[in-house]
Design a binder for this molecule. Structure first.
Ligand code: ATP
Ligand code: MG
Length: 386
């Protein structure tokens, strides 16, 4: 009797002709996520992937798989012969493994292999009767059982009693590539997670204002990006020096406009880097009304800086909802470390909340935008993560 891991995928089973493309992406992503384990084999069976590995690594492997987008659920199963006596005994063993916690159970059988002589309802009945005969104080409850025993009869039989939910989504790399503007805050890492859940590969761009912002704040962004790679796969992180641009804006532009002009510069630089990297859209962690620069008018003015589409997966979310996701994906603790971000420098006392694009453009004309942007891109540092 062998313990294996069953992996179920969801949406990708719906993709018609593209199916094998999605399946191959998922296979590659699982393989990459499991590369650090010693003897892992991934096999394909009808409608599932099967992971064969060392039993002592099963829990860690499930933990790694639970971060791979495209997986709906995972079970640890016993793989056994298609023999009713063996099935009965294995089912009983599963019940006995958790005997103290269980007062009722249900058996659910699926017979994919029609060579097996007994039909599903009868398999369930026979196995249920065998469990009742060999235990005490246990009953069958078909509506609300404490545990379910699942039996799948295929070329071989798989039997399990636990289903662990995965993240769903689509396999990363199946939908193209986008550029995430990542700060050290709570929001942008969540935005990156959410967009990569839809199968998008990421590059990340961070604007750093050394020496106004410290090396520790840069390390924090590297760490946040590294956490996101656990879900999104490898990420190329671009660290763009932003001090000169910020200083120029601070010296030459109306104080009330500084944040917005700064954000427009970020967008323009990000667009250029994205084009070079063949990424097709920008992604930010903006959410309507969250701060002064994220009023509708502010977002319109920020957006007008670029031609590329800008995705804002958090646009309609409350801060608390965003924080909950940050906690689930384990970026929160790093995000709240108190190192300054370049946006917290030069914050105007009375920022413009209803900016007019004409006025912003007039201010920007006071700057030598092209050469500022070119210089920043030229001095960009690139870090490949993990
Ligand atoms: P976050 O928590 O992601 O920092 P925020 O609510 O603090 O977001 P802002 O500081 O106004 O909002 O930034 C809005 C968005 O602009 C961020 O979500 C991020 O996508 C981008 N951004 C802000 N600062 C930087 C930076 N230093 N480098 C790269 N992108 C940034
Ligand atoms: Mg911020």
């Amino acid at each position: 009797m062998e313990k294996v891991i069953l992996v179920r995928y969801g949406e990708i089973s719906l993709k018609g002709l593209n199916r094998s493309f999605f399946m191959n992406k998922l296979y590659k992503n699982m393989k990459a996520a499991l590369a650090k384990y010693s003897d892992v084999k991934i096999e394909r069976i009808q409608g599932r992937y099967l992971i064969i590995c060392n039993e002592y690594e099963i829990n860690q492997i499930i933990e790694s798989l639970s971060k791979v987008f495209g997986i709906i659920s995972i079970s640890t199963a016993y793989r056994i012969d298609n023999d009713l006596d063996v099935i009965k005994n294995t089912a009983l063993q599963l019940i006995n493994n958790n005997r103290e916690k269980i007062k009722s159970f249900k058996v659910e059988s699926k017979r994919g292999n029609k060579d097996f002589p007994i039909q599903s309802p009868e398999i369930s009945r026979e196995v249920g009767a065998y469990i009742l005969k060999n235990t005490e104080n246990l009953k069958v409850d078909v509506h609300n059982p404490d545990t379910k025993i699942y039996i799948e009869i295929r070329k071989e039989t798989y039997i399990y009693n636990e289903i662990i939910y995965g993240l769903g989504g689509l396999p990363v790399g199946s939908s193209g590539k986008v550029a995430l503007l990542i700060s050290g805050g709570i929001d942008s890492p969540v935005a990156g997670y959410m967009i990569s859940k839809r199968g998008l590969e990421l590059i990340a761009i961070h604007f750093h204002s050394f020496p106004f912002t410290s090396d520790r704040s840069k390390e924090k962004v590297i760490e946040l990006t590294r956490i996101i790679t656990q879900y999104a796969g490898p990420i190329k992180l671009f660290i763009v020096p932003f001090t000169k641009i910020q200083t120029e804006i601070g010296e030459k532009c109306n104080e009330r406009q500084t944040t917005l002009i700064m954000r427009r510069f970020m967008m323009k630089i990000a667009e250029k880097i994205a084009q070079n990297e063949k990424a097709q859209a920008l992604v930010t962690g903006e959410s309507i009304g969250q701060v002064a620069s994220q009023t509708l008018e502010g977002l319109v003015v920020t957006n007008a800086a670029v031609d590329m589409p800008v995705f804002r997966p958090l646009i309609g979310m409350d801060k608390q909802e965003i924080m909950n996701i940050a906690q689930d994906i384990k970026t929160y603790e790093t995000s709240i470390l108190p190192y300054e971000d370049c946006c917290t420098l030069f914050v105007p006392k009375h920022p413009e909340t209803r900016p007019k694009i004409e006025k912003i453009l007039r201010s920007e004309n006071l700057l030598d935008s092209n050469s500022l942007i070119e210089d920043a891109i030229k001095s960009t540092e690139i870090i490949s993560l993990p």
